[in-house]
Write a protein that binds this ligand. Structure first.
Ligand code: SAM
Length: 234
């Protein structure tokens, strides 16, 4: 992968970005995504935000190599604070755990009113992200499961359209598995959850062996999740 040829995962992220205005990539590392989006004329301007100096330096180098200093700006800062004094149409937070992405959004609420679209790619625990979107008035409008090098990545796209993809029943199941992904059931999704099913069964067996009051709630949770997966995997 490089700034000309994105990974399958980042390609999907790029597809969901609004094809206009400014994009802010929070946790940008090598700035592959902002350089790709601006270099290909998909967005007019980009901010590559980084909390760490090392990845920030890599981002700056990549921007210079591509001579995009006037259109892609690398900024040092924690989460959305890199948007201070600058509006973004799309905010991307990719390649981190779901709880961290949800924290970044929660702590950056002050910077979100002008943002039209969020593209979020949690590596794990995407239910934390869905729950944050749901509680904070963002509509999940699309989701994708993409397989690359043996990993399955979920990419979530949200806006303020008011669309509600969740049906009334089993909200927690939909938060966990993804309301669109459950319906699509593509190969990547099925592969991910078949593996997870086996792992949950192993955990449940271990909990049963260590049976005591403390493991009871965990056992119930495992049973619920296994039931949901049986419904989805068929
Ligand atoms: N977004 C790129 C991608 O998807 O390929 C890079 C992902 S990399 C695994 C995560 C990056 O996020 C790291 O460079 C890390 O320094 C940065 N990061 C972690 N927490 C952050 C925060 N609170 N604010 C900004 N950047 C953060």
């Amino acid at each position: 992968m490089n700034e000309q040829h994105l990974s399958k995962r980042l390609e999907k992220v790029a597809e969901y970005v609004l094809h206009e205005g400014t994009i802010a990539d929070i946790g940008s590392d090598h700035a592959y995504l902002p350089v790709y989006l601006v270099g290909n004329g998909i967005c007019e301007y980009a901010i590559a935000g980084e909390v760490n100096e090392g990845p920030l330096a890599s981002a700056r180098e990549k921007i210079m190599q591509n001579q995009l200093q006037d259109k892609v700006e690398a900024r040092l800062g924690n989460g959305l604070e890199v948007l201070e004094g600058r509006k973004a149409d799309t905010v991307v937070v990719a390649g981190m755990g779901g709880p961290l992405i949800a924290d970044i959004l929660e702590n950056g609420q002050a910077y979100l009113p002008d943002v039209k679209r969020l593209v979020l790619q949690p590596n794990i625990a995407s239910d934390h992200v869905r729950r944050w979107l749901y509680k904070n008035g963002w509509s999940l409008i699309e989701e994708a499961a993409v397989e690359e090098d043996g990993h399955v990545y979920e990419v979530l796209c949200a806006d303020r359209s008011g669309v509600n993809p969740y049906s009334k029943d089993d909200l927690e199941k939909q938060m966990w598995l993804g309301p669109y992904l459950i319906k699509q059931r593509n190969e990547a999704f099925m592969n991910k959850w078949k593996k997870e099913y086996d792992q949950l069964q192993r955990i449940k067996a271990q909990l049963q062996m260590a049976e005591n009051a403390r493991t009871e709630d965990r056992q119930k949770e495992m049973t619920q999740k296994l039931n949901w997966l049986e419904e989805v995997l068929g």
